[in-house]
Ligand binder design. Sequence first.
Ligand code: COD
Ligand code: ATP
Length: 198
Amino acid sequence: MRIGLTGGIASGKSTVSRMLRERGAFVSDADEAARAVVEPGEPALGDIVRAFGDGVLQPDGRLDRAALGRIVFGQPDKLRRLEGILHPAIRRRMQEEMEQAERHRPDRLVFADIPLLFETGQDKAYDGVLTVYAPADVQLERLMKRSGMDEAEARRRIGLQLDLEEKRLRADWVIDNGGSEEETRLQVERFLSERGRP
Ligand SMILES: CC(C)(COP(=O)(O)OP(=O)(O)OC[C@H]1O[C@@H](n2cnc3c(N)ncnc32)[C@H](O)[C@@H]1O)[C@@H](O)C(=O)NCCC(=O)NCCS
Ligand SMILES: Nc1ncnc2c1ncn2[C@@H]1O[C@H](COP(=O)(O)OP(=O)(O)OP(=O)(O)O)[C@@H](O)[C@H]1O
């Protein structure tokens, strides 16, 4: 069984993923895959430099993620262009990871943590979707605290994704991460025990 795990920026996907892994589930992470496919020597890195220029490289030849973020998160057409380069590579990598995990341990639940699961139409490829939800004011506060963005920038980043209320409504299951980590952990444990396995 493959479950799509999604939510909004800073709604708690990584926190829930960590808890799922601690309980023995396998989680493939789109943000991690997005980092791996731009390592030096990977074809996507060359494509990015051709599209956005040398300014997105650090002196050591690695991708300067903050510099690229400043370009793409301010210009929708540039973000679409980056996604066109990265999404096929991210998907391939995640498919390989999940297949390998399933071969190795067929009994385990497999999750794919994908922030843009609904936005990219990938929800249909999973047996079900679990949304990690937090109320808008909590999401905004956590994003500002984690990243140091001011309120206007944080609101703009949140606005680049499908509304979290809609992700909640479209989910098969919801984990409400608006409270303490302990309350979230209890929901994660209940979710796993209802499925009878990690
Ligand atoms: C622009 C990049 C280099 C900035 O890197 P940076 O380290 O600063 O941010 P990071 O990758 O940790 O992303 C933080 C959060 O931003 C949000 N985000 C990332 N990409 C996107 C996007 N294309 N659209 C909307 N939100 C996004 C996600 O909620 C993500 O968890 C990076 O976000 C990226 O490569 N994005 C394009 C790939 C992508 O679409 N990733 C999303 C997973 S499918
Ligand atoms: N229940 C909670 N109580 C307090 N802080 C929390 C809770 N859950 C998450 N956080 C904090 O909120 C921030 C965002 O959480 P997390 O990184 O898990 O979100 P995310 O959905 O993976 O974000 P992104 O899409 O940006 O990768 C982190 O700094 C995390 O420590």
